[in-house]
Design a binder for this molecule. Structure first.
Ligand SMILES: Nc1ncnc2c1ncn2[C@@H]1O[C@H](COP(=O)(O)OP(=O)(O)OP(=O)(O)O)[C@@H](O)[C@H]1O
Ligand SMILES: [Mg+2]
Length: 231
């Protein structure tokens, strides 16, 4: 008997494709990290630099595929949050630590302001991490070398407030309300790579946590994105 294949919708195909890409990308990241950690003494500076470049682009690829997958899950109603109580302050610090490699190339400085000793809340740790990574990635990508990025975290009346500010190219006020649409890349962004999914995903996840997100920006001055979610 001949095998027949039922045609699948484009979106389903992309969801399966991105899902399948995750495993080899993660293996590559793991192998490169092991190599850099365990064989560092046997590598010269040029070899280390090449491996680090490869590691950074693999991490970038990982973020893009995970964003695409998150989009398809959310749009097919399969984005279910696994909320757990945790220290949001520690989580944000960990995200900052993990995204340091993004800032290193452009020699940018990230300042973290949180005066409260600890901030706890109930979030989906994986999805919350995705929000912070996307916002840090944008703040860095759309800002010049040596610039500063400020992150503020606080808890007030049982809500968690997060804000990220950069001093980059900013967004034209006429385009601001388009920023959270999917596949949108604005006029300020003709050169850099990306899918235009980062802010769309970010808003989906903030909404799913019962939160609000807003953006303020001035062309050539910078951008401030803030969100709050129930603790
Ligand atoms: N901090 C920012 N400063 C200036 N422009 C921004 C900033 N963040 C986002 N934008 C603009 O909004 C658009 C959408 O951002 P988004 O993060 O969704 O996509 P991307 O960065 O282009 O690609 P991706 O995040 O999928 O790699 C960007 O293309 C850019 O034009
Ligand atoms: Mg982005």
């Amino acid at each position: 008997m001949q095998n027949t294949f039922t045609p699948i919708a484009n979106d389903t195909f992309i969801a399966m494709f991105t899902h399948d890409l995750k495993t080899p990308i993660n293996s590559g990241i793991f192998a490169l990290e092991m190599l850099l950690k365990n064989s560092s003494n046997n590598l010269n500076d040029y070899q280390k630099e090449l491996l680090n470049d490869l590691l950074n682009s693999s991490k970038y690829m990982k973020r893009l595929t995970e964003n695409a997958l998150c989009k398809f899950k959310a749009e097919s109603g399969k984005l279910t949050l696994n909320k757990e109580k945790c220290s949001i302050k520690t989580l944000v610090k960990r995200c900052i630590e993990e995204t340091k490699y993004i800032l290193k190339d452009k020699k940018q400085t990230l300042n973290f302001n949180c005066v409260q000793n600890d901030i706890t809340g109930k979030v989906d740790i994986v999805e919350f991490t995705r929000i912070i990574n996307n916002l840090i990635s944008n703040a860095s990508k759309y800002s010049p070398k040596n610039s500063e990025i400020n992150i503020t975290l606080k808890k007030l009346s049982n809500r968690i407030y997060f804000e990220i500010e950069d001093f980059g190219c900013g967004i034209d006020i006429k385009e601001l309300d388009k920023a959270f649409e999917k596949y949108v890349r604005l006029a300020n962004n003709q050169k850099s790579a990306g899918t235009g999914l980062g802010l769309y995903i970010t808003k989906l996840i903030v909404d799913a946590h019962g939160g609000n997100i807003k953006i303020n920006s001035k062309l050539k001055q910078g951008t401030k994105i803030s969100f709050d979610i129930p603790a």
